[in-house]
Design a protein around this ligand. Structure first.
Ligand SMILES: Cc1cc2nc3c(=O)[nH]c(=O)nc-3n(C[C@H](O)[C@H](O)[C@H](O)COP(=O)(O)O)c2cc1C
Length: 232
């Protein structure tokens, strides 16, 4: 049984939703899948207010905990995460998707490394009229969480509606989605990314040099032995 959490970055059930449906349909063919879906912004309607309580180790005190906690629990308990989002302008993702990453920033491994995160795989699906650049910041964020493997597929539509794409392109994209879903389903845990190891080392240096004893997350790292041995 694979537990999968899907985050839909746009409330419009358009191109990205359709692409994600094809992907999830294929994924479900390879074995039992327990799927939880979050629709943004409906399931996380309030913006992060920047109070930094979560970054100080008090995640439960987030003023939006009513929405954040079910999402956090779903992430922690999942085997695989799917982030489905259209590409929006220079900032690259809809505010609703960015709001999810703002609220989950405490998952960054320099703040509070969590063993549960290091075994997970993630998939980013994005559609754009011509750009798929939103993959890059999401990919980087997930690697900084310590997600073991991050896969992605970006679809350039050259139109605003799936049905308006040439039939050959529709077929090609459906095939890519199904192939990616199969690959994702069978993807096994691999050694950590070099960039994740590098981020861990930099974090360790910064915590020792600039944060120090008695402060969060230095004490958490110390208590869990992360200064001596990397947790992934
Ligand atoms: C506010 C907004 C900004 C967008 N900016 C871009 C952009 O900069 N580059 C691009 O290729 N597509 C852009 N698009 C087009 C969407 O990414 C594209 O139509 C996508 O497939 C829509 O996905 P959806 O049907 O799931 O909403 C933008 C769309 C919106 C609504």
């Amino acid at each position: 049984m694979m537990k999968i959490v899907v985050f839909h970055g746009s409330p419009r059930k358009g191109n990205t939703y359709l692409a994600t449906k094809i992907f999830m349909d294929e994924l479900s063919k390879y074995g039992d899948a327990e799927i939880a879906e979050f629709f943004l912004p409906k399931d996380l309607p309030d913006f992060c207010i920047g109070c930094q309580l979560c970054l100080g180790g008090m995640r439960e005190k987030c003023p939006n905990t009513r929405h954040v906690t079910p999402i956090f629990d779903a992430i922690i308990n999942a085997d695989a995460l799917v982030f489905a989002t259209p590409h929006y302008g220079a900032c690259s993702m809809p505010a609703s998707m960015k709001n999810l990453f703002d609220h989950m920033d405490f998952l960054m491994l320099n703040v509070s490394p969590r063993e549960e995160i290091f075994n997970k795989k993630a998939f980013i699906i994005t559609t754009g009229a011509g750009s798929t650049a939103t993959i890059k910041p999401i990919n980087k964020t997930l690697k900084h969480w310590g997600i073991n493997r991050v896969y992605s597929l970006g679809l350039r539509m050259y139109t605003n509606k799936w049905d308006k794409m040439r039939a050959t392109r529709q077929t090609k994209y459906e095939k890519s989605l199904r192939k990616s879903a199969q690959k994702f389903y069978y993807a096994k845990k691999k050694p950590p990314y070099l960039s994740t190891i590098f981020f861990y080392r930099i974090s360790k240096f910064i915590l020792k040099r600039f944060v120090g004893e008695g402060n969060h997350p230095y004490e958490l790292w110390k208590e869990k032995g992360y200064f001596k041995k990397r947790p992934f």
